[in-house]
Design a protein around this ligand. Structure first.
Ligand SMILES: [Zn+2]
Length: 641
């Protein structure tokens, strides 16, 4: 598959340093893009459109798309690029419309056939027309054509042509030049692009922060273009069923937002820390799905959701939200969470939740496998997520199904994607090993990809961890794991990953891979036995009542291993309860959930000697039942009575 990259750069006076930086770095860009993917080798094409203004001669400097060979573009082209002088420009505004026209023209040599197409626009000046300077009315910007494209029809046509006809997947807008009130003068123009192109995800913008940053954001954008060209079943870029939205990265003013009542909170009825790999394989083979269960919910539980999403992935929109588990007047601050919703109305949140739960299960098992293999790797974790159902604000009869997870802050990174691209500048080999391992250990039924998230540095006694979000899973079963699943019949998902992963040039498949894979069968068997044991304990445990208790909030969010540890501490009490249950059930008497009552009932019905009763009460106290409380992933307090 071809990877086409066209730079559209303003080449008027002030722009020489930017032009020079791109020309200087173009070969390093090519080799980084090639390193991402086996199919990218000798398949990267680069083109340039330098643009000035109406009266300038020449108005354009064009280098049509040209294939790079062995990691670099032709020496003659490089020389030609080096000779381009940034000059002219006349008034402050430049002919951006003309530049887009050129970029989308046949002259560029786009040709037919499928390719990943990315356009990078770099400029420090708005285009002609007041429409591209909204919000900057108070400063004087000289524009000799203030009425140019006054209704925006021209810009709309040009952007849609690029997106729909030329099939460019992403346009990266790099803002160069001075800032006014924290923003460059080109910000309003980029915002207008977002509005006019018909697909907000098409345009991505960033401020120029030096050469290295330019390279990184171009490479990242190419990766995103590739991902967009890979979403199976959903045509990339705007279908009618999509919900309208605008991206707003700012957090809303929570005081001004109305809370909506949470109708239900659902999670999977599994212990992700102990769910067995064989169970997972069996489930896929049979075409079954994970069982869900409703979580206990306070009557007043409500949530405030930002009106606009702050980010979007290939299939979902992410919104800031504040969750009030005990209601707004519940005496507790709202909890920062993120809710995610499908762009396409037809897609199910259920399937997305299953994707995340299965990835969570595999991450737990991978950590154990790595430890087992004697590797000292940062722990790999997925943010636990639940599914939330709330009424729509504008039409309460309709429901919204949202995925909810804790708000994570920091720089989000992507280490590989569902098209086999590995992010070359920071490949994190153990995460590549994780993807590879998930494939082997599930007997090639599935593979977790789109590995992305946050690096959490060591903190206090906690070791460094990798916290992941939004996985994609390739799976042989096509009705699993949303539209990013490219593992079904004819789907190239698995091969795309393996091809680039095993590329001898990059050595992504290395020691970590080998160590965890060598003994996965023995590991899997051992894990399965442990999982069965854990399931038995869980069943025994579930006969004790678990009720939400609002009396003693506080404490910290707990993790599944912690719950397991507490389960261990509870064991003597659990055994005591089992003993009472047998005696009571043997006489067809009701078995109380609470241990204290069960023991007392045994005494009352003379089923147990008083010495034994005293002994069981002692165990109950030892087991500390009634004092152990912890929080589940939503921070709901649960307590064992
Ligand atoms: Zn590998």
């Amino acid at each position: 598959m071809k990877m086409d990259l066209v730079f559209v750069i303003d080449v008027t006076r002030s722009m020489q340093p930017y032009w020079d930086a791109v020309v200087k770095r173009v070969n390093s860009l090519v080799s980084q893009i090639e390193a991402m993917h086996r199919y990218a080798q000798d398949n990267v094409r680069v083109g340039f459109v330098g643009y000035r203004d109406f009266k300038d001669k020449p108005q354009f400097e064009v280098l049509p798309l040209q294939a790079a060979q062995g990691g670099s573009i032709a020496a003659a082209s490089l020389e030609w690029l080096g000779r381009v002088r940034c000059e002219g420009g006349d008034d402050f505004a430049e002919d951006v419309h003309g530049a887009l026209e050129k970029a989308g023209s046949a002259e560029m040599g786009w040709g037919n056939g499928t390719s990943t197409r990315t356009v990078v626009l770099i400029t420090d000046a708005p285009g002609h027309g007041e429409r591209l300077r909204r919000g900057l009315e108070s400063i004087r910007i000289r524009d000799d054509h203030p009425n140019h494209d006054s209704d925006g029809s021209e810009l709309k046509r040009l952007l849609r042509h690029l997106r729909e006809k030329v099939q460019v997947q992403k346009l990266l807008f790099l803002h160069a030049g001075a800032k006014y009130k924290g923003h460059t003068l080109t910000r309003p123009m980029a915002d207008q692009f977002v509005e006019d192109c018909g697909d907000p995800a098409f345009v991505k913008q960033a401020d120029w922060e030096g050469e290295a940053m330019m390279v990184e954001s171009v490479v990242t954008t190419v990766i995103e273009s590739f991902s967009r060209s890979m979403v199976s079943g959903v045509k990339a870029g705007g279908t009618k069923a999509e919900r309208p939205y605008t991206i707003d990265p700012a957090k809303p003013d929570w005081d001004k937002l109305k809370a909506v009542k949470v109708k239900s909170l659902t999670c999977h009825d599994v212990n992700t820390a102990t769910f067995s790999l064989l169970g997972l394989i069996e489930m896929i083979k049979k075409g079954n799905h994970l069982r869900t269960r409703g979580k206990e919910l306070h009557d007043e539980a409500c949530i405030k959701i930002a009106p606009n999403p702050f980010a979007m992935g290939s299939t979902r929109l992410a919104y800031y939200a504040q969750y009030y588990p005990f209601g707004e007047g519940g005496g507790e601050e709202g909890r920062d969470v993120v809710v995610k919703e499908f762009i396409s109305r037809a897609k199910g949140a259920n399937s997305a939740m299953e994707t995340q739960t299965v990835a969570t299960i595999l991450a737990h098992q991978f950590n154990a496998a790595a430890k087992d293999a004697g590797l000292n790797l940062p722990e790999v974790r997925y943010a636990e997520c639940d599914m939330l159902c709330v009424p729509q604000v504008d039409n309460p009869k309709l429901l919204r199904f949202l995925m909810v997870e804790p708000l994570l802050v920091g720089v989000m990174r992507k280490w590989n994607n569902n098209a086999g691209i590995v992010y070359a500048p920071d490949p994190q080999l153990h995460l590549q090993a994780f993807s590879h391992w998930t494939y082997e250990v599930t007997d090639k039924k599935l593979m977790v990809v789109d590995v992305q998230g946050f690096k959490m540095p060591a903190e206090g006694s906690a070791a460094p961890r990798i916290l992941l979000v939004d996985p994609a899973i390739h799976c042989v079963g096509t009705d699993y794991f949303t539209s990013t699943n490219c593992g079904g019949e004819g789907g190239a998902g698995f091969d795309l990953f393996l091809e680039s992963h095993r590329n001898p040039k990059t050595h992504y498949c290395g020691k970590a891979c080998k160590a965890v894979r060598d003994k996965f069968k023995a590991f899997r068997k051992k894990q399965h036995e442990e999982a069965e044991q854990a399931e038995r304990t869980r069943r025994a445990f579930s006969c004790l009542r678990v009720v939400p208790d609002r009396a003693s909030p506080g404490g910290t969010a707990s993790t599944s291993p912690l719950v397991d540890k507490k389960l261990g501490q509870l064991k003597p009490a659990l055994k005591a309860h089992e003993e009472c249950s047998k005696l009571l059930a043997g006489r067809a008497l009701p078995v109380p959930g609470a241990l204290f009552q069960a023991i007392e009932d045994c005494l009352k019905h003379r089923l147990m000697a008083p010495e034994r009763v005293a002994e069981l009460h002692r165990r109950r106290v030892e087991g500390n039942i009634g004092r152990h409380d912890w929080f589940d992933s939503m921070g709901n307090l649960t307590r064992v009575n």
